[in-house]
Design a protein around this ligand. Structure first.
Ligand SMILES: NC(=O)c1ccc[n+]([C@@H]2O[C@H](COP(=O)([O-])OP(=O)(O)OC[C@H]3O[C@@H](n4cnc5c(N)ncnc54)[C@H](O)[C@@H]3O)[C@@H](O)[C@H]2O)c1
Length: 258
């Protein structure tokens, strides 16, 4: 990847879920563009390895824990002097979250906590630091399922991502005049452990989804990371409260090419 190392020079970025998949690709891309990166993740081995790779900082955190999330952003601010970019991206897609008829309350709540409450906690923790400097870019990972329905339901996951989308839009509007931009990033299906695990046992399930993607393939984490870097940078200075779809055309499709 030939990336100019200047677009994010001097910026500090916090990435949750930065130990794997989309988060890891974003860590690499943000660092390549000059940002100092702080990784917040449950996984200490992979998180530390990612931080070492980019000369960044790893902070162990469960993003559903308020004190832990506050500690993550405090450590980032105290170590590097600002938090300019927050990529609130950690999320899960467990197999016991499926049709509403089969999904128990415990499974529902777990996904709401990790995918939606975590984003509330991260935004709440980081906005005061951004207010101090009168600027910042928050990117919350939602999903294309926030804007379209799946017959192969993951009911709590879809509802959580709809919540992330609505919350990001509202925060974008509330803080626009304080120089803080907030956007919901909506990836289509992307080749990451989260997705491959879901389809590993059953290629027919992957095929059933691919038929809806005009480009005929899943996205790559690096393609999502490129959008993260754009939304993090001043190149997106007039973009806020946005539903930023990076989905190979899936949300725009009626029929797809043969
Ligand atoms: N992969 C896709 O197709 C796809 C599509 C749309 C949206 N998304 C979203 O993108 C985000 C990243 O997904 P991915 O595919 O890269 O997943 P992944 O499983 O590869 O990585 C997720 C990371 O989050 C961390 N994590 C999980 N729970 C955590 C917690 N409670 N506290 C801290 N860290 C935690 C994991 O340790 C892991 O490093 C998620 O929000 C997911 O819902 C993914």
């Amino acid at each position: 990847m030939d990336v100019k190392a200047s677009r994010l020079e001097g910026r500090v970025a916090v990435v949750t879920g930065g130990a794997s998949g989309i988060g890891l690709a974003a860590v690499r891309r943000l660092a390549a563009e000059g940002a100092r990166v702080v990784i917040g993740d449950l996984d200490p081995a992979a998180g530390k390895a990612a931080a070492d790779e980019v000369g960044g900082l790893f902070v162990a955190v469960d993003v559903t824990d308020e004190a832990g999330v506050e500690n993550l952003f405090r450590q980032a601010y105290d170590t590097f002097g600002s938090v300019d970019i927050a990529f609130n991206n950690a999320g899960i897609s467990p197999p016991d979250d499926n049709s509403i008829l089969d999904t128990g309350l415990e499974a529902w709540r777990k996904v709401q906590e990790v995918n939606l409450t975590s984003v509330y906690l991260c935004c709440k923790a980081v906005i005061p630091y951004m207010q101090r400097h009168g600027k910042g870019s928050i990117i919350n990972t939602a999903s294309f399922v926030a804007v379209m329905g799946a017959a192969t339901s993951q009911i709590s996951y879809s509802a959580s991502k709809g919540g992330v989308l609505a919350m990001s839009r509202e925060l974008g509007v509330e803080f626009a005049r304080q120089g803080i931009r907030v956007n919901a990033l909506c990836p289509g299906p992307v080749n990451t452990p989260l997705l491959t695990e879901l389809f590993a046992k059953d290629p027919e399930r992957a095929q059933r989804r691919l038929v809806h993607v005009p480009m005929g393939r899943f996205g790559e984490p690096e393609e999502i990371a490129a959008a993260v870097a754009f939304l993090a940078s001043d190149d997106s200075s007039f973009i806020t409260a946005n539903t930023f779809l990076v989905d190979g055309g899936i949300s725009g499709a009626y029929v797809t090419p043969l």
